[in-house]
Design a protein around this ligand. Structure first.
Ligand SMILES: [Zn+2]
Length: 366
């Protein structure tokens, strides 16, 4: 057998694991590492990418990536070197997301709601307007892994609420339990409500008459959070804020319930020739935006740019409050509230910041 020169396609086949090789003969080199990376990213079980291999392109080696089985193939050559890391990361992201959403959909109820709106997750990648302490709670909570009595597997330990005796689920702590109901749970609702009112006053319907928490004179005693009356008095918009727990049916039910409640209650206004619109604003308690709420804000006269800017902030604020609700529930009287930077209740100025330590004055020069 004569000697043969190695061609580029031989090299490509070797680096992509297509040529069998004896590891012993090569040891652990940069080339064997490339083989391992290709295998780890595409051929082993649960690998993120559908295909990644080294190919020959115009007389040089290049990387071919196909993130999803039916997706497009991308070839990265020398010209991509500067951005290669970024580009490959993007491909892996696409692959992982595809599996997460389409191939093996997540069963968590909360995640299904989160997926409805991309803004609900914007803080995950960039940190967002959310404190570290809220991050610590929110990610666990969205996977139903918060420490609480109902989440224990031990059949012998109690599942009862440490404050009221009902079953202590995450939902119970964050939405229902009387321990926080009139305090922090109401504050969470009010934080969103106040912010929305504030935005309306700066929006295109600022000349409308805005009333908060008012019983409209008439046979109904239902109190919508926000009432907007047009200058000519012929149109009334009722808006109501709610922060339900995130599961698809529940969040949709919360929405329908709001519409139903106020439409029925203010039917008599329509009989008088006044147009009544009911607009629910729904923000999930673990920081998710319920998509139709965007339309509600638009109809309240807030422009799209402001809305897009405020969605992540409103989501973050509800998450901050939910974090406080959880800790107050667990810690009870030992719970101490601290000023929230991202909770929409930031006091004016810099007074909320921890006092800066001052340097001791320099000794005077003689
Ligand atoms: Zn309870």
């Amino acid at each position: 057998m004569g000697r043969q020169d190695v061609t580029l396609s031989d090299m490509a086949a070797y680096l992509s694991n297509e040529t069998p090789s004896k590891k012993k003969n090569f040891g652990y080199t940069t080339f064997t590492r490339i083989r391992e990376v290709c295998r780890g990213l595409s051929s082993i079980k649960d690998a993120p990418l559908h295909k990644i291999k080294i190919v020959e392109q115009e007389g040089k080696l290049a990387i071919l990536v196909q993130a999803i089985e039916d997706g497009p193939e991308a070839v990265y050559t020398e010209s991509h070197v500067k951005k290669l890391q970024l580009l490959l990361k993007k491909e892996v992201n696409t692959g992982i997301l595809h599996r997460f959403i389409t191939q093996k959909p997540v069963k968590s109820q909360v995640v299904q709601v989160v997926l409805q709106h991309p803004q609900s997750n914007s803080f995950v990648r960039n940190g967002g307007q959310m404190s570290f302490s809220a991050h610590k709670i929110v990610h666990k909570a969205r996977l139903n892994m918060l420490v609480c009595n109902a989440n224990t597997w031990d059949p012998a330990s109690t599942k009862k609420c440490r404050r009221c005796g009902a079953k202590e689920t995450q939902m119970h702590i964050l939405q229902v339990c009387n321990y926080n109901k009139s305090g922090l749970i109401t504050e969470r609702h009010n934080a969103v409500h106040n912010k929305v009112s504030e935005l309306i006053e700066k929006g295109s319907k600022r000349n409308w008459e805005l009333q908060d928490d008012l019983v409209i004179p008439g046979p109904s005693v239902k109190r919508p959070d926000i009432m907007l009356k047009s200058p000519d008095g012929k149109e009334i918009i009722l808006a109501d804020v709610t922060c339900p727990y995130e599961y698809l049916k529940g969040i949709q039910r919360a929405w329908d319930h709001k519409v139903d409640k106020y439409t029925k209650a203010y039917k008599y206004l329509e009989a008088r020739g006044i147009k009544v619109t009911v607009l629910p604003i729904v923000v999930g308690s673990l920081g998710t935006w319920w998509k139709p709420s965007t339309n509600s804000l638009l109809q309240l006269g807030i422009d799209r740019k402001t809305i897009n800017e405020w969605i992540p902030k409103l989501c973050a604020a509800t998450a901050e409050y939910s974090k406080n609700i959880y800790w107050r529930h667990i810690k009870g009287d030992r719970y101490q509230s601290i000023p929230m930077k991202f909770g929409l209740d930031k006091p004016p100025g810099n007074s909320w910041k921890r006092g800066k330590r001052r340097k001791p004055p320099k000794p005077a020069k003689n």
